[in-house]
Ligand binder design. Structure first.
Ligand SMILES: [Mg+2]
Length: 290
């Protein structure tokens, strides 16, 4: 799957599933989550919309850095190269996208900066875009619902009521993800800290979080269910034997299915695709039917 050209996948390449009657919930195969005891959520794009639009910050920044090397490649060509690896690495920690940027600089004869420095520059630029959103939440000018995928809180409450443990693992730095989860009112639903990227990046991954919570809570594979808008978490959940719900959010509105996310999530192994959690009751009824 790593050799896949993600930018060329369209929904035309993907065999679809079956829609639950009268809903936007597309089921690919039975989720068999009736025994679920724990749910793992990705954060950005799955629950939180605070960082929505990050791609439009990251890609132009990287294209500008590569353009400085004057290789003769056009802006469009460089954008294709960058978009390809940015999406391939989405869901992993941000540093991996920056490590690949450094590699692309090196490949073009340039001397890259420290990937951590690239990451800080990117976060500074992203902050310009999202600072108002965070402040509006802090000052009560915005409601949490304004920056949550629709139905998030109701789904978390329903899972909680069913007795599931709830975890969040993000590719965003842990300190930011934790703060943003707090601002969005998610913390009371969680059974652990928000897991996120750490400076010692080799010692964090969503795969490691899954292993850890499965060991700590003695979960069998069939007792885990995961929700994510990135292929990384869907792949990791399926690899661990859990059921995976692909959240093909068309950010920031999240009303329609994002066709491109959908295609990637199905290829990663998602058992069902939803545009948001507005139909969480139907989704739960289907997931837990077994
Ligand atoms: Mg995400």
């Amino acid at each position: 799957m790593t050799a896949m050209d993600w930018t060329r996948i369209t929904d035309l390449d993907i065999a679809g599933g079956t829609f639950l009657p009268g809903t936007a919930i597309e089921t690919i195969r039975s989720a068999e989550a009736g025994a679920a005891r724990a749910a793992l959520f990705d954060f950005d794009g799955t629950l939180s919309l605070i960082r929505s639009g990050w791609v439009d910050v990251m890609v132009p920044m990287m294209v500008a850095i590569l353009q400085e090397l004057r290789t003769g490649e056009s802006a469009a060509e460089l954008t294709a190269v960058v978009t390809q690896f940015v999406y391939r690495l989405t869901g992993k920690q941000t540093i991996y996208q920056m490590i690949e940027l450094a590699e692309q600089v090196r490949r073009r004869g340039g001397t890259p900066r420290d990937p951590l420095q690239y990451k800080h520059d990117y976060l500074d630029r992203l902050w310009e875009k999202i600072a108002d959103r965070v402040r509006a939440l802090e000052e009560g000018r915005a409601r949490a619902e304004d920056y949550l995928v629709p139905g998030s809180l109701a789904l978390l409450a329903a899972l909680k009521a069913r007795g599931l443990l709830i975890f969040v693992a993000s590719g965003t730095d842990e300190k930011y993800a934790a703060r943003e989860a707090e601002l969005l009112g998610l913390t009371p639903y969680l059974d652990d800290k928000v897991y996120g990227a750490i400076d010692d990046y080799r010692n964090y991954s969503k795969r490691l979080v899954i292993r850890r919570i499965m060991a700590e809570h003695k979960l069998r594979p069939a007792e885990l269910i995961g929700f994510g808008d990135g292929y990384v978490e869907i792949e990791n959940i399926k690899e661990a034997g859990g059921a995976a719900i692909g959240v093909a959010t068309d950010e920031p509105a999240c009303r329609e299915i994002d066709r491109w996310k959908r295609a990637r999530l199905i290829m990663a192994g998602a058992d069902a695709i939803v545009p948001n959690f507005a139909e969480h009751e139907r989704l739960c009824a289907w997931m837990f039917a077994a």
